[in-house]
Design a protein around this ligand. Structure first.
Ligand code: PEP
Ligand code: MN
Length: 344
């Protein structure tokens, strides 16, 4: 349920409600909107109908409303306004389209530096690259680890681009958070609940990818783990789901973009690289995602895709990435958005 406070309720009255919830074994999460404060109630308690009635009688309380969905803090019912996340001079979730680009995996200093310069010149505003790689096969490249994070840090120092990079295990959260501006939780870890708890405590924005066979409801419930730790800075990323189709690596569910926007206040971006697995489909699906309302894109770019250690088949060359960016600007404008520029 949510407790909607009166427009002119004071901090004291809000604190009393939170105290009352805690006494009942529940937790109150505040959402201070422009108009009024709403308190999202989460937890398990008995005697809810009585509690609801007694909360409704407390000073400063306008209304107590049950939330119909199983996910609470991520829902529009809890927070009507869009969440906008500020990362290194870029706003994700507002009227900008934020393009995050870079290689699938950090392979070398030279590879990352050249890619960072190229994607920045083309208009990307966040650099991506994996140092800890999830891998279906134990025999393929699993990343450079901390050495990879250091390479990303050099690229950030030179270009000023904030970094998004994946964290694979709860034990690595602290290390990765020292380098990353956004902690990526990958599709394979969407329901790694211990990891979700840890990134929820890390104090850094989180990019949560959709699991490859997760429903939208399961995805939003996974987000709840992060939000209920007190971290409100979560960006969702649609990266394709498993279907019967084998021509593409995954099926990019473009309809997830407006669906999430209807159900949740959190920003949603699309990853047409993993969503298709084929470089020639990346640009059309990037345009489609932005036309559908995506707040941003995650795009794999490599200096020489044919020699990439990971995901070469879906990686754009610098020239193809330039072309994507040039074609993206008018599509963004057509839906009332503009391309984010670092520091703009
Ligand atoms: C990635 O971004 O390189 C990645 C491994 O993505 P996903 O978790 O979507 O497969
Ligand atoms: Mn990849």
């Amino acid at each position: 349920m949510i407790v909607v406070m009166d427009k002119d309720s004071g901090d004291d009255e809000i604190a009393q409600v939170v105290k009352r919830l805690e006494a009942a074994g529940l937790k109150g999460h505040l959402s201070k909107g422009v108009e009024r404060t709403v308190i999202g109630v989460v937890g398990v308690a008995t005697g809810l109908p009585e509690l609801r009635e007694s909360l409704a009688l407390m000073p400063g309380v306008e209304n107590v409303v049950p939330i119909s969905k199983p996910y609470k803090l991520s829902s529009r019912e809890f927070k009507a306004e869009d969440t906008v996340i500020e990362v290194g001079g870029v706003s994700i979730g507002g009227d900008q389209v934020v393009v995050m680009a870079g290689p699938c995996a950090v392979e070398s200093e030279e590879q990352v530096m050249s890619t960072a310069r190229a994607v920045k010149a083309a208009g990307a505003s966040v650099l991506r690259g994996g140092a800890f790689k999830p891998s279906t096969s134990p025999y393929s490249f699993r990343g450079l680890g901390e050495e990879g994070l250091k390479i990303l840090a050099h690229a950030k120092a030179e270009t000023g681009l904030p970094l998004v990079t994946e964290v694979l295990t709860p034990g690595d959260v602290e290390l990765v958070a020292r380098y990353a501006d956004i902690l990526q939780v990958g599709a394979r870890n969407m329901q790694n609940f211990i990891l979700l708890d840890e990134v929820g405590k890390a104090g850094k924005p989180v990019l949560l990818k959709r699991g490859m066979s997760a429903t939208i409801q399961e995805w939003l419930l996974a987000v709840e783990y992060v939000l209920s730790q007190g971290n409100r800075q979560v960006v969702l990323c649609e990266r394709g789901i498993r279907t019967f189709e084998t021509h593409t690596r995954n099926t990019l569910d473009v309809s997830a973009v407006p669906s999430i926007q209807k159900l949740s206040h959190l920003p949603i971006i699309a990853d047409p690289s993993h969503g298709t697995g084929r470089w020639e489909l990346v640009t059309p699906m990037a345009l489609a995602s932005v036309a559908a309302g995506a707040h941003g894109l995650l795009i794999e770019v490599h200096p020489t895709p044919d020699t990439a250690l990971k995901d070469g088949a879906q990686s754009l060359t610098f020239a193809h990435f330039d072309e994507l960016m040039a074609r993206l600007a008018p599509v963004a404008a057509a839906v009332g958005r503009r391309l984010a520029l670092k520091g703009a």
